[in-house]
Ligand binder design. Sequence first.
Ligand code: NAD
Length: 350
Amino acid sequence: MQLLVLPGDGIGPEITAAAMQVLTALNDTHSLGLAFEHDIIGMASLERHGSTLRPDLIARLPTQDGIILGPVDTVAYPADAGGINVSAYLRTRLDLYANIRPARTPPGAAKPFDLVIVRELTEGFYADRNMAEGNADLLATPDVAISLRKVTRQASERIARRAFELAMTRERRVTAVHKANVFKRGDGLFLDAVRSVALDFPEVTLDDILVDAMAAWLVRAPQRFDVIVTGNLYGDILSDLASELSGSLGLAGSIMAGDDLCAAQAQHGSAPDIAGRDQANPASMILSIALLLNWLGARHARPDLTAAARAMIAALDHALADPATRTADLGGPLGTAAFGDTVTRALLAG
Ligand code: NAD
């Protein structure tokens, strides 16, 4: 099984190196037979090849079993053809439509919670992915901008189905988050699609909450939620909120999954404010890779990969449980590389 490793921008190379140390140890100890291919994207690729995502690399993406993708500093990318948003490319062109974003407090937290946000990735308020050609983020006059959102029943139903399937493996509760009081058609269609999929999952309880109220509910009582299903932009914002409430964005693991291909990519961005300082928390990347292994285990009927994902999360939890082996974002003393060492040692100790 072949995994392509693309460290990305900013803190990407640091957190990817730490996470790959853990994955390499896991691959050896569990005899998983994973082969890794390394390449560059983002600013490193722009400087060397004139594009953040080279055509020959694009051609290799669909042939992978999985992709390990660092954050991309899209704000710094040029607007011309060389500045391809790698995340958006994977989401739309390779149809990695389901963004699975857990938010879980570390062991020993005073107010524990454990929820997962299931976010649609291919349409919604992201105007760069709503047109067959061109961009739906338009300037009508120099002083009037119009951004168009697309919501389809097909994309809404399939993301809802992923959410209900996930809920069946957890506490069997789904909360749909929307703004159907204002966007009666767009969010109304999304909500209608979620409700129709719910009919196939009678064991799962469905409720729904307006996105603004949801922000308050997450702060007030995050333990109330199990699986949250929502659109692209709401999910992006709420998942950063939920992760920070769990302790730090640095804990925020995530996958972007299609039907045949999955990419591990942390929720956060390239964190230019701490890049190159050995300060970033690689837990997000380690957890993302564990989620990828879990997805591969289910997709290819490989229980050894599922067990390896569990071992990786157990080692991560072991390191996070002790305040003395946490990174700075959680108030701990460790740097990125030392945290990777700690998780690797916990893994090897079993
Ligand atoms: P960010 O997520 O990079 O950072 C927000 C804050 O969280 C910063 O203070 C940062 O230091 C902190 N943080 C993030 N990850 C951390 C980690 N692992 N450990 C400790 N602290 C961490 O958001 P931003 O600064 O608004 O965006 C920077 C760039 O990343 C922008 O170009 C943006 O477009 C891009 N971005 C990319 C992705 C992605 O690749 N999936 C996601 C979000 C933002």
